[in-house]
Design a protein around this ligand. Structure first.
Ligand SMILES: [Zn+2]
Length: 343
């Protein structure tokens, strides 16, 4: 076991301490500081350093609640290693309750690792990255679906890399979408820098969804168990895991006609090939277009706003193999299947 070390950003948090701090990453038009809320829990015992972030997209709130709880619940006396929580990364977007940084609608999650001499987003990203991400050993970044959509609880990770696969599995979600993330995203940049990083996607923007938040807290604890930050905690494994690679077996179904959308599946998001997932009808009910499942799978994302134009994404379908299907059917029969992101 390694010795406990201070966590250094430009000052330091010694072992055995929790510090809640605000750290300046930019300035407003008035020249006032833009500060991110950060918690560092430095354990009394040595161990790895975990980075957690939320609200890189300013209106994605479930992760904000997860981090509030994580920052509060772990006593440094029990922690072997260090937990770094950036509660709200995109403060300007959070204040406006919107996804992007309001100045020129820049996407903070396409701006890593950033640069001290570039645009606003890149400067903010650069401070967050250099001070708080780079000193860490692995990272969890919490997101939700974008506005007007919802997504099933899942992890995104490049599971072709063993160290990322370990992190994704330890988090214990049923569904893992595997693949590289976009250039400039925290996940891509940190992973390429040797800091394995996963994205957790959970539910809707603008909401706290307690069931999903509780699951994510279990996931965080499971990760801490896997990496030895909490030697007495247990790694949790879900009843079934589906890892979907690349573009295989997943598809966004889109509207071909404009109109009113009515979802027809549920309450469980499992559909069989040929099942009607939703209909798109005109206001006179003279024309109704049925959208059928092209293969058997899980509806892992869907629109919430019930009007659509041609080309509008309606839902995101992920195929399941026979073994996974049997386990899901068994869980449904036993009343154990808990994926209900639509409520
Ligand atoms: Zn996001």
């Amino acid at each position: 076991m390694s010795d406990p070390k201070p966590f250094r950003y430009d000052t330091e948090v010694p072992p055995g301490q929790t510090r809640h701090l605000r750290y300046e990453i930019s300035e407003t038009y008035l020249g006032d500081p833009v500060e991110i809320p950060v918690t560092v829990v430095n354990g009394e015992h040595g161990g790895p350093t975990a980075f957690l972030s939320a609200a890189i997209h300013g209106d994605e709130l479930n992760g904000v609640k997860v981090l509030q709880e994580v920052a509060d619940r772990y006593d440094p006396a029990a922690v072997h290693g260090t937990i770094v929580c950036v509660h709200v990364a995109n403060v300007p977007g959070y204040l406006a309750q919107q996804r992007y940084i309001p100045i020129y609608d820049q996407d903070l999650n396409r701006s890593f690792p950033g640069s001290a001499r570039s645009n606003t987003a890149e400067r903010m990203a650069n401070v967050i990255y250099e001070r708080f991400v780079r000193p860490c050993d692995f990272a969890l970044d919490f997101h939700t679906s974008t506005r007007n959509r919802t997504t099933m609880y899942h992890v995104r990770a490049d599971t072709s890399r063993p160290e990322v696969d370990r992190l994704a599995r330890a988090f214990g979600s049923n569904l893992v979408l595997s693949g590289e993330a976009d250039a400039g995203s925290l996940r891509t940049v940190a992973t390429n820098d040797g800091i394995p990083t996963i994205t957790v996607e959970m539910g809707r923007a603008h909401r706290f969804q307690p069931e999903l938040i509780d699951r994510a807290l279990d996931g965080v604890e499971s990760v801490f168990a896997e990496y030895g930050l909490l030697p007495d905690a247990a790694v949790r494994w879900p009843g079934w895991t589906r890892v979907v690679d690349g573009n295989g077996d997943k598809k966004w179904l889109r509207a071909d006609t404009g109109g009113l959308v009515e979802m027809q599946y549920g309450p469980v998001p499992l559909v069989y090939e040929g099942d009607t997932i939703c209909t798109v009808s005109d206001h006179f009910k003279e024309r109704e277009k049925r959208v059928a499942a092209p293969f058997t799978g899980l509806v892992i994302g869907s629109l919430q706003n019930p009007v659509a134009a041609p080309g509008h994404p309606l839902c995101h379908l992920v195929g399941v193999d026979d073994a996974t299907l049997r386990e899901i059917e068994r869980e449904i029969d036993a009343g154990e299947f808990s994926e209900r992101p639509w409520v």
